[in-house]
Write a protein of this length. Sequence first.
Length: 276
Amino acid sequence: MVRVKNEAHNLRFSLAPLLRATDAVILVDNQSSDGTAEVAHGVAAALGLSDRLWILDYPFALSRCGPEHLLTPPDSVHSLVYFNNWAFSHVRTAYALKWDGDMALTAEGAAQIRDFCWQVGYTRVNLLLPRHPLYVESEQVGYLDLGLHNVEHYGHPILSSYSYVKAFEWEMLRVPQGSRNHALPGGSCLELKHLDEDEFAHWTDHEAFATSSRTRRKRREFATFQAIKAGRWDACDRLFRIEAPRGVHIVDHVAREWLPRAARPLVHDREMPPRS
């Protein structure tokens, strides 16, 4: 279940691995103006997997995270809660993954999702997915943050006991008591952040990051984003500047080469040794 708005530039990296790794992808387009739906169709067609892609339109503007979300009733069509539950009501498989248009599986992550999908069946296992922010400066240069430990619920059975409910800053998945969690290892997924875009437009305002301990991750992301743009990336703890080989996009390089070859567990030194 890929929820998108103006993600045409990311779909080559995010949608293609999902189409290969899962039985079906539902892409919910929320008022995109950049040709997102057309690009998604093109990605699926290029892979010969058009039969795995369904595209739905969601025509209502959504409240942004933070105070705006808090003021929106959960049963409003503008609420992230309503939007997520509406989107998942269209799933016809026994299990589903919640996905964002800027999330790109690594080579390892795609293999792990394929393995997980054929094993999970109807079991009540919640999938936890670690994500590593990759700040994209250009097609050749990016900054990978391995100091941010961000693991969230991204997979769950399609059962009435699972639903999205309102939290203070965003929606959250309510899971039944006694359900088990399975976490993929680090290095499974990238979260793409482009330095030439407003990566925090889905928040009410940047000052909202400082109002709660629950927004610690967003505070780090915002501070890292600003530091890189100011040329002070080396002042950020556990942030790696990576250059891709000529002719290879930085996202492809990190997802297919750099992270899969990095030593496990992921270490935090500036010079990460390769796997033996």
